[in-house]
Design a binder for this molecule. Structure first.
Ligand code: SF4
Length: 685
């Protein structure tokens, strides 16, 4: 028996460290959270409980396969790796000969995260000169809007929420999607008397356990933040000293805030005037006060505005001054600064792609006859776009194209894998090297292979090494082995690594970045904006022709659309799985469960729908059939259907939530506007 250190590969802010127990035959027989890791505290969440079963599942893809039936049928025949690679390379070279390298395109995201496997193909596709892909579905909208206000890397550390006396969890379901923060620092803060307020259109488990749930209408977060700022400035609760020393544009902001009195904000958000006044005063008068932002509320066409407005609040009240005060957001910048990413990306001197498309518009990219050159060679890895990209039916139509050659590198037969021409088996986290830097905390974990790969599965990194060799690419960052890459990533001598190198991290398994114990990144200004201040007025946005001040713009939609599809659809994450490749319905953690359409009692009564009824939900893009649940968890006029379930889980096995989501872009073109979706619901006869 031996124990091997590692870390969870899910796209989750917690990045738990784990220990795999391997018996003398080389089989993984146990998995547990690392007990002495201060953030993981020995506990993996329910999403990971059955991970070893998935690794050894009879449904794992173990061998390369070639399609033997129509696209989408899921019929394949086994071939050798040599045959598979020869066909993949021949089709790539043929496509390039006819159309040039822009005819090739990757489709990848965060199915398995970790520095090596997540980014494995980027340097390869840059070297190839392929069509570039903007993969910012959600996080970049949030990141950029916050960065325009307070600069990159302004987040306080999640552990420091233990010092907060007020925590506003804004538009994120922390109890389900960030469980170690909820059960760690936030629980500790509450034990010491902190209040937790949740701002969310949906009564999530987090909202249900909060001291106060502020249930606003979807897409109106910016208006609420502006209303709060209006009250704070009107009542002179702002921190004039902090504003004078560390912000720019206060007078312009104050003029803008005059447009957002509580009465107007109440009309926009659906909240009572009293609630807006109370929340503003609570925030301005409780110290330390933190706002927890994550991902979710940016998936509207006005998505960046909410983040921009909320990001202004801590500077207005000087909340950054205290430990446990400020914004708690992404922490990924810490590892980006501490590690040498050229081990993965190379020196970064490849020219920018001659063409870039947006992943959220994959269906359009694959079906638009104006694409010149057309995409004829697509490689999908770390992604199940049929389920996770908006406008599911258009994505399917694209993948059905007979002149498109699709390669899928996967663990399981996902809905996307069914469309592959060549389907390749991918390793799981027990089977490959990885270095895990977190985007929601401040630890690094190393993940050497604990067991041999099952069947003929290979890591993403190995796939791109083989493709590089086949094409004669010999740059070291394309051909180096994984251990070499991990060693290079860690060989920076950066002070935050505290002298820990590859050998020391291999011995320990994980480390906390050596940040100051009292880490208050903006207590005394030091904003990383161009001005060095919190930019209430942003010259960067002005130069880009955008509103330089925080503001609210309603989601643009016609009266006809509102009449035809009277309900707003929110499709959020759930507690028991993450990343659609792990939703396999025959796997344990989802067995016996099914996605539900939640309706407000008022909307249900108007349609004679009761809990448990089979219903159809549709709009101009598609239709989903599921069981209804009637509750006050959503406001009237809003329905919810969880994201990421496979179509097979719906009542007719045909479609999932993204069959109903639009494939437009959010306001700054950084992400998707999937939450703009409007729908109608009716009981099935
Ligand atoms: S999904 Fe998140 S909380 Fe669950 S084990 Fe993985 S990192 Fe930890």
């Amino acid at each position: 028996m031996k124990t091997v250190h590692g870390a969870c590969p899910h796209d989750c802010p917690d990045t738990c460290a784990w220990q795999v127990t391997v018996d003398d035959t080389g089989r993984a027989v146990g998995l547990a959270g690392t007990p002495d890791h201060p953030y993981t505290r020995g506990a993996l969440c329910s999403k990971l409980k059955r991970y070893p079963e998935r690794v050894y599942s009879a449904e794992r893809l173990l061998y390369p396969m070639r399609r033997s039936g129509p696209k989408g049928s899921g019929r394949f025949e086994r071939v050798s790796w040599d045959e598979a690679l020869a066909e993949v390379v021949a089709r790539l070279q043929d496509g390039i000969a006819r159309h040039g390298p822009l005819t090739a395109m990757p489709a990848n995201f965060a199915g398995t995260i970790g520095i090596l496997q997540r980014w494995a193909g980027d340097a390869f596709f840059a070297r190839l000169g392929a069509t570039g892909v903007d993969r910012q579905i959600c996080g970049n909208v949030a990141y950029t809007a916050v960065a325009n206000t307070v600069g990159p890397g302004a987040s306080i550390l999640p552990e420091d929420l233990a010092h907060s006396r007020l925590i506003i969890v804004w538009g994120t379901n922390t109890a389900a999607t960030n469980v170690h923060l909820w059960g760690g620092a936030i629980r500790e803060a509450r034990r010491q008397g902190a209040q937790v307020v949740v701002v969310d259109p949906v009564r999530t488990p987090t909202a249900a356990h909060a001291d106060w749930h502020v249930q606003l209408q979807p897409g109106t977060d910016a208006a609420l933040a502006l209303g709060m700022m209006h009250v704070i400035v009107r009542d002179e609760l702002h921190d004039a000293d902090y504003i004078a020393r560390h912000t720019q544009g206060f007078d312009a902001l104050a003029a803008r805030l005059a447009e957002y009195p509580p009465a107007r904000v109440a009309e926009i958000t659906g909240l009572e005037v009293e609630a807006i006044e109370r929340l503003a005063r609570l925030y301005a008068t409780t110290r330390p006060a933190a706002i927890r932002l994550m991902v979710g509320m940016e998936r509207y066409s006005n998505g960046s505005l909410g983040f921009r407005a909320v990001a202004c609040l801590p500077a207005l009240t000087g909340a950054w001054r205290e430990r446990g005060g400020g914004l708690c957001h992404f922490t990924g910048h810490l590892v980006v600064e501490a590690l040498d990413f050229s081990a993965v990306f190379g020196p970064g001197d490849d020219p920018a792609p001659a063409r870039t498309v947006h992943l959220a518009q994959l269906g359009r990219v694959l079906t638009d006859p104006r694409m010149d050159p057309p995409i004829t060679w697509l490689m999908v890895y770390n992604l199940n776009p049929v389920v996770t990209m908006p406008n599911q039916n258009l994505v399917r139509r694209g993948l059905e194209r007979e002149d498109l050659f699709t390669v899928v590198h996967e663990h399981f037969m996902t809905d996307t894998a069914r469309y592959a021409d060549i389907l390749l088996p991918a390793t799981m986290q027990f089977e490959h090297w990885e270095l895990m830097g977190a985007w929601g905390q401040d630890y690094v974990a190393i993940n050497p292979p604990a067991i041999a790969p099952r069947g003929e599965a290979i890591a993403n990194t190995e796939l791109f090494r083989r493709l590089s060799r086949a094409l004669g690419f010999d740059e070291p960052w394309l051909t180096s082995d994984d251990e070499t890459r991990v060693r290079q990533l860690l060989a920076t001598g950066h002070p935050w690594l505290g002298g820990v190198d590859f050998d020391e991290l291999s011995r320990r398994g994980w480390m906390r970045l050596a940040l100051p114990e009292d880490y208050r990144p903006r207590a005394d200004g030091g904003f990383t904006t161009p001005s060095g201040k919190c930019e209430f007025h942003s010259p960067t946005l002005a130069a880009a022709g955008l509103d330089p001040l925080p503001g609210y713009v309603p989601i643009a939609e016609s009266d006809d659309a509102r009449r035809a599809w009277p309900l707003r659809l929110v499709s959020a994450k759930v507690a028991h799985f993450l990343n659609s490749e792990y939703v396999n319905p025959r796997q344990a953690s989802t067995r016996g469960q099914q996605p539900e359409i939640q309706l407000h009692p008022q909307d249900a009564a108007a349609r004679a729908i009761a809990s448990g009824d089979a219903v159809r939900m549709w709009n101009g893009l598609g239709e989903v059939r599921a069981v209804a649940r009637v509750s006050g968890d959503t406001p009237a006029g809003v329905v919810s259907l969880p994201f990421s379930w496979w179509p097979a889980d719906s009542l007719d096995g045909a479609a999932s939530a993204n069959a109903l989501t639009p494939d437009g872009l959010s306001d700054r073109r950084f992400g998707s506007n999937a939450f703009d979706a409007r729908v109608e619901v009716a009981k099935l006869a």
